[in-house]
Design a protein around this ligand. Sequence first.
Ligand code: CA2
Length: 147
Amino acid sequence: MNVYVINGPNLNLLGTREPEIYGYDTLADIEKRCQALGRKHGLDVAFLQSNHEGTLVDWIQQAMGSVAAIVLNAGAYTHTSVAIHDALRAYTGYKIELHISNPHLREPFRHLSYVSPASDAVVAGLGVAGYELAIGILPEVLENFQH
Ligand code: CA2
């Protein structure tokens, strides 16, 4: 089964700045661990990152039909993007919204998510371990998921 882990703007900077919020791992470190874990569970994990809203929308659209689940850290677009919300609504596979930090403990502008109402589950505030937790739970939730 195919899985997309989609990362939005500035997440390419992980491990280089603001380690007190986002930790010391780079996105490449997280990608390696998610792909290794995916292999153990028979999941083919494609790890993607873009700073561009339209590219994120394109990937969500491309997932339709061939990708069983999307794990999405939309970054700051979480709080602004109706386009990503609409693309997620149209995607009928399983969707996990993911955040490294807990946006509800941060500035008020991070408290609104356009991704949450279009997602099946949310992982937030567990640091970069959230990515592996999301991948690790997929076999169980996909077994019972019907769209
Ligand atoms: O906690 C998360 O994962 C966020 O999605 C991260 C976004 C933020 O806008 C959301 O409110 C919560 C920001 C990603 C920026 O990542 C950086 C990583 C290292 C250095 C600078 C930015």
